[in-house]
Design a protein. Sequence first.
Length: 153
Amino acid sequence: MPDEGRRGDEAPEMEIFHLLRAVTVEFGLRQTEFATENGMHPTDVRALICLLDAERSGTPATPGRLGARLGLNSAGTTSVIDRLERLGHIERVRDTHDRRRVLLRVDDRAVALGRAHFGPMIDRTVAMLRTFEERDVAVVRRFLLGVHEAVNE
């Protein structure tokens, strides 16, 4: 796949951009496969990812934040949350610090389901990164953080 679509006169920066785009397309296809296999909409998978990312960063996962991350209005966000709750993938819980606020929590079974599907890809990626020098990993991280920032501008 590395030489896929490469033109001989393409600048290295553009080759890397096109490779990144190819990875995102493939990852999107894997997400869609996962959604289809598990009776979900692709937006449901993106919602689960957002909720897991919030949990990992220690950010409270509220419906409002989820909607903002997904670019959905209140009704659309409620539909996603209702679907995921019906499927047993998430639950609404009251914030222990502010009982008026509802937080969203991903169920352990949903995590296990995702791990079963995406685990081999994650494991291969982690194994590959472990072959890199520490400074190279830092460069990859800096690059991806920069791309993430550029995409979000």
